[in-house]
Design a protein around this ligand. Sequence first.
Ligand code: NAD
Length: 521
Amino acid sequence: MAGTRAPWMLENFIDGKFLPCNSYLDSYDPSTGDVYCRVPNSGKEEIEAAVEAARAAFPGWSSRSPQERSQVLHRLADLLEESLEELAQAESKDQGKTITLARTMDIPRSVQNFRFFASSILHHTSECTQMDHLGCLHYTVRTPVGIAGLISPWNLPLYLLTWKIAPAIAAGNTVIAKPSELTSVTAWMMCKLLEKAAPFKFLDFEEESSPCDLRLDILRRIPVTGLPSHPGVPPGVVNIVFGTGPRAGEALVSHPEVPLISFTGSQPTAERITQLSAPHCKKLSLELGGKNPAIIFEDANLEECVPTTVRSSFANQGEICLCTSRIFVQRSIYSEFLKRFVDATRMWKVGIPSDPSASMGALISKAHLEKVRSYIKKARLEGAQILCGEGVDKLNLPPRNQGGYFMLPTVITDIKDESCCMKEEIFGPVTCVVPFDSEEEVIQRANSVKYGLAATVWSGNVGRVHRVAKKLQSGLVWTNCWLIRELNLPFGGMKSSGVGREGAKDSYEFFTEVKTVTVKH
Ligand code: NAD
């Protein structure tokens, strides 16, 4: 599938078919700034067609057993795994991330998402309680919600899209997914795999004459030999509609027959989605941004802390909602940490995404690069110091990539907690380092932003680790590590970082409706 035609023309995937669109958007290669792909600019009409397909597929899909649906998810995981290298190359080109990250994180995790929910769907149980004095037994039943609307961002395109599709279909829903218009390619490639995973076809002798011209009714529909005997993804179960938020996204969110929206993206978009969903009382899951603190105490193991904090600040160009962007360091080790951190940041190599030795690739778009740079400009005007990166060090790029959206990992210091760089999500390779004195003070400062997604705490004192973790207003706290995920456990943010949690049980509960039944005997 890798691009031989330029630019690629993507198509919507509705009811198991690829359908062209009336209008298209340009999609840019972040490493060169060139248009390399055209994405359908879908709107109400395409969403309506997808709703029709998802509605028609729902009765069949929702009545399959969890075991059957699990098999389908495993089949999708197999197909993704077989295409791992092709998908990794495409993700890296489309998003600007390094090929290494796409190969080792994005695509393996997309495979794992299908495998994980294929397994977890087999292990849910319902609740049951007795009320003997009234002769009653109460129990719960869960049913899929219906058509799930899934909206995902550009930073981890296939990873986050599959993290929504897998639990939604595992629970028996049919889905309409809208990936980010900036990174649609791997979702479209997955549609090719969905097509491949369609239920095996039957020979219809009325259309295709058999060599023996058999016309017996009993033989009219026999499976085509040589095709794998797997259950497959029926048409209409997964529909993918490409386009922008204001057109395709809003048409999906506003559609009265889509009772559930799972959204990952920015806080302002979540506000809009909440407004549009309110008249329909939709079920909403909102996974939003962060302004994540790292708290480094004087007894931290700096051998581990420094490289991990460089990674937590700059992995995927700092374009992960969980990236560290405020580093609080206890004053007694502040100078030492800062020196080691800046030295290690300078080793974090910016390179073209296809360079296997690069630690960081290109940012997603010109507009985003300008936005990230504008924060550094503001910090300078406020009197902060830029210790390395943007405007301090020199970026070396091949001539072909001069128009790409690259910048160096940047460390800011001497900055006030009230600065916008310390309050707002920058979502790029920029981090601020500031000193603190006491445990109480740092907890209060870490909690002083509107976000509450992820925090890291570095200390050798187990009591302190538990105390601080408990007091941080954060959906996730990593201590002496970063980004080690256990998919069974809840994932999500507090405050403006989101509403709801994702994970084995949480996703199952979100993608199903629960009913309590009381039986009196
Ligand atoms: P975004 O909000 O601009 O877009 C996200 C998705 O929403 C895209 O598909 C977009 O087309 C769509 N959208 C935009 N406007 C819409 C509207 N009015 N109605 C419906 N859909 C609309 O976010 P982004 O810039 O793509 O992603 C970056 C943001 O995502 C950051 O804030 C980051 O922290 C957040 N994020 C959060 C998590 C998490 O799990 N908490 C994970 C990744 C990214």
